[in-house]
Design a protein around this ligand. Sequence first.
Ligand SMILES: Nc1ncnc2c1ncn2[C@@H]1O[C@H](COP(=O)(O)OP(=O)(O)OP(=O)(O)O)[C@@H](O)[C@H]1O
Length: 368
Amino acid sequence: MTLSEPSAPPLTEVVLEAESLTKHFPVRRRVRDLLSRERRVVHAVDDVNLVLRRGRVTALVGESGSGKSTVARLLAQLYRRTSGDIRLHGESTTVRGGRRFRAYARRVQLTFQDPFASLNPVHTVRYHLTRSLRIHGHGGRTAAELERALHDLLGRVSLTPAERYIDKFPHELSGGQRQRVAIARALGADPEVLLADEPVSMLDVSIRLGVLNLLRDLKERLNLAILYITHDIASARYFADDTLVMYAGRMVEGGDSETVTQRPAHPYTRLLIASAPDPDRIQGSPTDAAAATPEDRGGGEPPSLIDPPPGCRFHPRCPNAMPRCLTALPPRLAVQGEPGHWASCWLYDPENTETPGSAAREVGAVAS
Ligand SMILES: Nc1ncnc2c1ncn2[C@@H]1O[C@H](COP(=O)(O)OP(=O)(O)OP(=O)(O)O)[C@@H](O)[C@H]1O
């Protein structure tokens, strides 16, 4: 008998895909701009590609303002995209309100960072969940069926016994319980995709794990495709199967979570990890020699998205910047020896002849 290489787990069915997804918000014109023909825009999301699969959690990680929530709202079809495509089960989908939006929302649900803001303070848990079940056609035909469906929903998010929570108002619940109600409301649609925008960032550290464990349990029991949006890359390692990293409106790195968080390839991801200590971190990325030093960890500011830098958007902060990073946008490049791991960074161009860090003087603004 010969030992074979461990094979990668079989990829599960793709539910939702984004291709070259782009969103530019118009900037309100100031008086002095009125005569100018130029229409300025915020480049919130540019050319984003992602795939959500059944029974998998994909983390979308990045600093505040990197475009994560805009991606979630585009995928939920709450924003019109500027360009690009969204495909549900392979079918290009654009919906703008009405019955088609409701049919889409039945399959793709979004939960927000602040459950207090998204739950109406004058209504009880029963009201919120009943409304969701009824809108999506899962409220049953009799009062008894509705009651059973409500109890089921509360059971799914571990708010049991249901009687203790069902007639409470949002302000009578803890932050974690409110987020569970918001998740239950999303589950009332019986969706295939859950877009969870910073589901734990407003919760006390002590209860974050419980909510993440709940989401993981739902992924497994309901075979959901979950997009987990977070600025906390350490939680992505713990909770997500795959991790995508965004910087200034663009995707810069992706791969399975263990690889991305333990052997980050893009200098931005390394900086993110360096500023979010993880005691288990293993050093040893392929460009460790040029890895962020304590001095440049977290240094610099993200660029203006109205006038983003040419080339790689990270180059003004990058300790590895080379001359071509200042002018040429790097494509997704495979990280050698790590199947499925990619970075939009010229360091991974096998034909690269430039020296990492050689553009530092030209940039003149490497993090200090
Ligand atoms: N409706 C809007 N009009 C104009 N600009 C917007 C709008 N919504 C978002 N932006 C801008 O788009 C960029 C991306 O914002 P977005 O909220 O998607 O980032 P984020 O990564 O989710 O940040 P956070 O974690 O703080 O929510 C930011 O520069 C933001 O100011």
